[in-house]
Design a protein around this ligand. Structure first.
Ligand SMILES: C[S@@+](CC[C@H](N)C(=O)[O-])C[C@H]1O[C@@H](n2cnc3c(N)ncnc32)[C@H](O)[C@@H]1O
Length: 218
């Protein structure tokens, strides 16, 4: 399936080449991708096969017992991340939109071999209620809250655990705009600085799509 280019700062030809040279999208995710395009007003929010493959591979490398995801949307990245779970492991995923609940329960329900716990509500309300330590955390919700999510999540991440945040290049606005004014760009700048200057973490930007920040807690 064609993926919308959301990283205009990367040469479209290079991006097309990357998208072409990635493992084939598994059948269940092809179906979920199609359903997402039909059902949602902003289907481009889906991770898609390029980023999804990266998330799945990272999760398989870590083989986590516990995963936290903030921003479920249609569940695509949830399923990718869940692929790496240990037997008996669990992924907690948080989505604020109550209208997505039925779609998510149906489609995540097709993966009943994985322990996927869906929380409907605002992440800042839900996070304090989940008392787990996490091996892997993926942040992919409202950008203005990224610094707050980081400060909460870093405390919930186990030593040597991995934290990944999406959209940290924000359509090229971070870094390129010398005087950003919108709250999303300002917050993502803050998030990128927070993690980069946090002595508890080593971090690197991976410019897949709109940019992933990956950090490893020391
Ligand atoms: C970019 S989409 C997530 C895409 C998904 N992770 C994927 O890769 O397919 C962001 C999602 O975060 C949700 N969201 C926004 N603000 C939120 C909040 N305060 N708490 C929880 N979810 C939120 C949105 O409703 C949306 O579904």
């Amino acid at each position: 399936m064609n993926e919308l280019q959301i990283s205009p700062f990367i040469d479209k030809r290079i991006e097309d080449y990357c998208v072409k040279n990635v493992s084939e999208e598994p059948e269940d995710l092809v179906t979920l991708n199609r359903k997402t395009q039909l059902r949602f007003v902003h289907p481009h929010m889906i991770s898609g096969n390029w980023q999804g493959t990266f998330l799945r591979m990272i999760s398989k490398m870590i083989n986590p017992k516990t995963i936290l995801e903030i921003g479920t949307f249609s569940g695509y990245s949830t399923i990718c991340l869940a692929e790496g779970l240990q037997k008996g492991g669990i992924i907690h995923t948080i989505e604020k939109e109550v209208e997505y609940e039925d779609f998510l329960l149906e489609n995540l329900g097709h993966h009943s071999d994985k322990n996927i716990k869906l929380h409907i509500g605002k992440a800042l309300d839900i996070l304090p209620t989940i008392e787990e330590e996490f091996d892997l955390i993926f942040i992919d919700a409202d950008k203005a809250s990224y610094p707050e999510y980081y400060n909460i999540c870093i405390e919930k991440l186990r030593p040597s655990g991995i934290i990944i945040a999406d959209n940290i290049l924000w359509y090229g606005k971070v870094g390129l705009d010398p005087m950003p004014r919108d709250k999303q760009t300002l917050a993502i700048n803050d998030f990128n600085e927070l993690i980069t200057h946090d002595p508890r973490v080593e971090n690197v930007i991976i410019p897949i799509r709109d940019g992933l920040m990956m950090g490893r807690k020391l």
